[in-house]
Write a protein that binds this ligand. Structure first.
Ligand SMILES: [Zn+2]
Length: 261
């Protein structure tokens, strides 16, 4: 298994003389020369940004909308201009981090939202301190791949068993390509396919193989990938008056709605 430890992201951030937030990416953007760039400069939302978020052309292509939204508000990555293309090639966790930071820089860290109780079904009002969400980081020297070994392996059609694998971290490009898929399991298949660089002696792992692969092995791949990704954890502990206590994943649909409650 890959011996990588995710680090607690240390935020060295400030608001500059233009009112922009200067902060550090938890994953880091790798430029054309292979240098890892951490520093990004973010503006707060204006009317145009709001229009991009609400643009109906992105309704069915949410990740493209997120790319356009981030690219509009990101003033620079290191010393370089933040183009649409650069934002697409950022790690998914860094894109998440930027959405979080844009929200905090625009509306503050307090977010009033609702979570449905998994037991009684009541909608619970929840106040989230966005500054307290856990953010995992990787160091500049960490590779942006996850390696591992499937415990049972994947047996291909010819009966050969494949165990060792290497996966790369998903980027905005991957997210954009799979975002239209409605079926969550199909989306996972496609995302695994994009990120899995090799499995045993198989250089190319097809959708066909990933569908034949047993659920247990798929979970091993997914767990190893998602447990090693830098980025924001949107999980919060919730307690309902019915006695139910659980860890909920926040629904980001209302992240940019200001709450007057
Ligand atoms: Zn309940």
């Amino acid at each position: 298994m890959a011996e990588r430890k995710l680090l607690r992201h240390v935020l060295k951030e400030y608001v500059d003389e233009n009112g922009y937030l200067v902060t550090q990416l938890p994953g880091g953007f790798v430029d054309e020369e292979g240098a890892v760039i951490r520093e990004v400069v973010i503006d707060e939302m204006d009317g145009k940004a709001e229009e991009i978020l609400a643009d109906p052309k992105y309704r069915a292509r949410q990740q493209q909308g997120i790319t356009a939204f981030i690219a509009y508000l990101l003033k620079r990555i290191g010393s370089a201009e933040a183009t649409n293309d650069a934002v697409k090639h950022m790690l998914s966790g860094d894109r998440d981090f930027l959405m979080l930071k844009i929200r905090i820089h625009t509306l503050g860290n307090v977010w009033s939202t609702e979570i449905k109780c998994t037991s009684c079904g009541d909608m619970l009002p929840v106040v989230v301190d966005l500054d307290k969400l856990k953010i995992d980081a990787i160091s500049d020297n960490d590779t942006r791949v996850v390696t591992g070994k499937l415990s049972r392996g994947y047996k291909d059609q010819k009966g050969a068993v494949h165990k060792d694998y290497e996966m790369r971290f998903p980027t905005g490009v991957d997210q954009e390509q799979v975002a239209n898929v409605r079926n969550l399991s199909t989306m996972k298949t496609l995302l695994l396919n994009k990120c899995l660089k090799h499995l045993g002696s198989m250089k190319m792992v097809s959708d066909y193989d990933l569908r034949r692969m047993k659920y247990r092995e798929r979970l091993e791949l997914e767990d190893n990938l998602y447990n090693n990704l830098p980025g924001v954890s949107w999980a919060v502990d919730v307690v309902c008056s019915c006695g139910n206590e659980w860890e909920a994943t926040l629904d980001l649909g209302s992240l940019f709605r200001s709450d007057q409650a």
